[in-house]
Every structure is written in C-alpha cells, then in structure tokens.
Design a protein around this ligand. Sequence first.
Ligand code: FMN
Ligand code: SF4
Length: 524
Amino acid sequence: MTWARRAVPAVAAAVAALAARDLIQRDHALLRNFPVLGRARYLLETIGPELRQYIVAGNNEERPFTRDQRRWVYASAKQENNYFGFGTDNDIEYTLGYPIIKHRTFGRAVPPSSPTAGHDVRLPSAKVLGAARGRARAFRPESVVNISGMSFGSLSGNAITALNKGAALAGCLQNTGEGGLSPYHRNGGELVFQLGTAYFGCRDEHGRFSLDRLKDLVAGAPVRALEIKLSQGAKPSLGGLLPGAKVSAEIAATRGIPAGQDCVSPSRHAEFSDCDSLLDWVELLAAETGLPVGIKSAVGDLGFWQELATLMRDTGRGVDFVTIDGGEGGTGAAPLIFTDSVSLPFQQGFSRVYKIFAEHDLHEQVVFVGGGKLGLPDNAIVAFALGCDLVNVGREAMLAIGCIQAQKCHTDTCPTGVATQNTWLARGLDPTLKSVRAANYLRTLRRDLTKVAEACGVEHPGLIGTDAVEILDGRTGSTPLHQVYGYRPEWGLPSPADQAEIIRLMVPEAPQGGSAPPSATAVG
Ligand SMILES: Cc1cc2nc3c(=O)[nH]c(=O)nc-3n(C[C@H](O)[C@H](O)[C@H](O)COP(=O)(O)O)c2cc1C
Ligand code: SF4
C-alpha cells in the first residue's frame, strides 16, 4: 500500500508533465488538441505495420488514401525519408486497370544523378494561361501543381493560412474555394478566385452578383485568375448550407452575409442559364478584370461540353481553362449517394471532355486542369499523359498540414484543426510550421513528376504522351492509354510551339547527370 501511495502521485505528475509538454509543442496539432491521449495514435502508427500484418488492413486497403499514400505525403511534407523498402506491395500482376509508365533507355532528357536532385526544380506550366484568347493579364503559372479550392468556413483560418503561406513558399497558386477571399488568404500566396452560385465576397446586400465588388476584390489581392464553379466531383448539382451557428463574424465578413444566420448556396447560377450566356459572362469578367477566366466542373452528361465546344469554335468566345474534378474528389460534407455515385471518375470524365475539345480543334488553346486524387505522382502522370496541363491538390495538401483522414470534416470536430471552425481545435494547427510542410510536399510532388518525365525521356510531365502509359488488364495483357480512351496518338500534348518553349525553359534548369565520366575507350 505504501508503494501504491507513492506511485500514484508520481505517475500523476509524469502524466501532467507530459500533458504540459504536449500542450506547448507545435509540431503535432493532434497532441496540442488531445494532450497524452493523442500519443496513442503515434504509438499505434509506429507498431501498426507489425500489428496489421497479423490483424487488420493492408498498406493499400484504406480509402480515400491508402496508408502507403498517406505515409508518402507525411514523409514528403516533413522532408523525412519517403522511400519504401523491399519493393512494391501492390498486386501489379493481377490488378485490372493498373497503370504502367514506360521509361525510355536513351531518352532526350538526361535524368539527374542523385535521387534527391531536383527538389527545387522549377516546373512551370507548358501553356500560358489566357494567352490563346489574348487576355490582358495572361500569365504562365509557375507551378504545374497548385492548391485546389477549399473555402474558409470549410477549412479553419489556420489551415487556410498554412496553405496560403505554403503556396507562397512553393511558388504555386491557391484557389480560394467558393467561400470568398478571407484575411487568411492574404499571406503572400497568389490566388485563383472562385465564383460559386452564392457569389460570396462579390455579392450585394440582396445576394446578387456585383461586378464592382468583384473588381474591387481582385484589385486589392494577388488574384491571378477567376474560376466559375459549375460543380465539384463529390457533389455535383447540389447547393450547400452553412448553419447559422457556424456563421461567425469573420465568415460573415468574408462572404458578405449576415452573421449567425443560415447561409445558403443555391444549386444554380443566377448570371447565366445555358452555354451561350455562360460564355457571355466569361467574356464580360475577362474584359472587366483582364484576368483569365475558367470553369470548374464534374463530368456527367456530355451535352453541355459538346455545346460549349461548338459555341467556342463557332463564335470566338471561350473559357481560358477548364478544371475537371473527378467523382472520387473530396468535399467538406455531402450526401453519400453523391460522393459515391454521381459524376464520372477523373480519368473517364477528363478524357471524354478532352476528346470533345480536341475534335473541335480547341485542345491546344485551352489550359486543362485536373483534380481528384492527383496529388499522388502516379495518378498525376496519367493525368498529364491524358492532356492535363496543371493538377490541383486538395486533400493531399490537407494531409500535408496534419489531416489524419479521420473523416469528420462534416461534424466540426476535426481533431487536427484542419476542417473546423472550433477555435480550440483550430488553435492546435501551427500555420507557420505547417506552411513549410505544405511547401515541402508540393515541391516533392513536382520533383517526382520531373523525375518520371525524365525517365520517360522528356523534359516536362506535360510532354509525356499517351504512348508512355499502358493500362494492365490482368495477368497477361495491357492496352496503351490512347486506345483505352479512344485518343488519336497526337492528342494529350501542347502545341508544337508550346512544346518548344517549355523545353527551352526547362533545359537550363534540369539537373544534368546520369553517368560517370566516360573512359578513354567510350564509343558514344
Ligand atoms: C474540405 C474540402 C472543401 C472543399 N471546398 C471546395 C470549394 O469550396 N469549391 C470547390 O470547387 N471544390 C471544393 N472542394 C473540392 C476540391 O477542391 C477538389 O476538387 C477535390 O477534393 C478533388 O481533389 P483532391 O482529390 O486532391 O482532394 C473541397 C474539398 C474538400 C476536401
Ligand atoms: S476531420 Fe479528419 S479527414 Fe477531415 S480534415 Fe480533419 S483530420 Fe482530416
């Protein structure tokens, strides 16, 4: 008993000390929010591989992101060793639809000698956004990887700050999402401003779109492009509701709505009602702001895309970019039937739309942006081969700033402070530290894309053609990507002039190497 009487206070003091340490440290939001208790997760993570071997799920079983995929993002974000030992544990030989990237033995581009070379390599877009349509503020995006639209309201202020600062560090763009342009978006990162059906941030007191407010907004912030949101993959054709309890004074000011009242996003736009009026609106916004203007959409019925492309070809009006979001994409909250079953997955949806533009001879004039788990290098490479010029990363960027895939984004109880408006939980996320993690992840993804491009013998991922990818159909066969999706062999690449320019831009930057110095008897 004497022993117990002495041990209990000692243990309590140790736990209290541990809790204090967890509360003070800034590395792990989970521990700041859940001192001591949160350690159980890290312990399980450490011994997880051994446990899982006998009991639970494998490295590739969890969704939306498998354990391997998350480990790669976490390690990349922390600049830890993100390699995997012993060889793949994917079931390559028996997995239907598995993509294989084909390297070239004597390719044009020489891969760097060191596995870590190229971490800071520039990887700009192969197309100039807005150039084809002569927009006053056309520009070449500095990075082929950018941050997808996720609103302040859906994400915490600290998460938006971390992503915005991370975008500035990594030299990429952050899309505001449809919830307006908040003070957290003003931390140095350049922006794509998204216009949703409620026109948050650019609406008048009656909820109507206000061109003057939009012009004031983009004049006072580093906005480089406008994106009209038609739909997103996880919940196409659905409006949204932010309950009054979550409409804080900050959110109200950002969105231009009254605080404390339910905030409704309608399911349709008021400024246009068909392709013709959509194109008129695009031209109006571009003329009034000088900015490139694009649309974001999931893919369902193709009638819309046929009509849009035909009108663009025949009338000379047009969008500068098209963002295609796959049905496997993420959301803060949506009904299960929509996340699971409405709209095509990325590869199928994107290839159908790209083909329509290519058949109308517009594919070289439009910048194609992809989203839907494209923050993983293998998915991104297939997207580039299919004709994407840029990829957007949403949830992968959330993982980089601490998301643990708890899938509670819709409950306002996100344990890591990423997707919540609860000030206690959000305070756990240190935006300065996490901005560095976001930037590390973005740079690592760009480096991997560069290295795969070089392995394929080209200087830039946008130059990877459909002939470089095959889709396995089981144990014994495979089909080239262009056949799977009915592409003509020349589709999926920028125009010859854009190809020449991106090669010129990449070559001085690309770290050269690849062999030991040649001997005196070398023959070539
Ligand atoms: C928390 C959260 C909020 C989002 N908010 C928006 C939004 O405001 N506007 C939008 O177009 N898409 C929104 N999305 C969708 C993403 O921008 C992206 O298109 C989708 O998640 C696919 O990319 P990913 O697989 O890399 O996450 C949101 C996604 C998440 C996870
Ligand atoms: S609730 Fe879970 S899945 Fe959503 S952001 Fe937070 S940790 Fe990530």
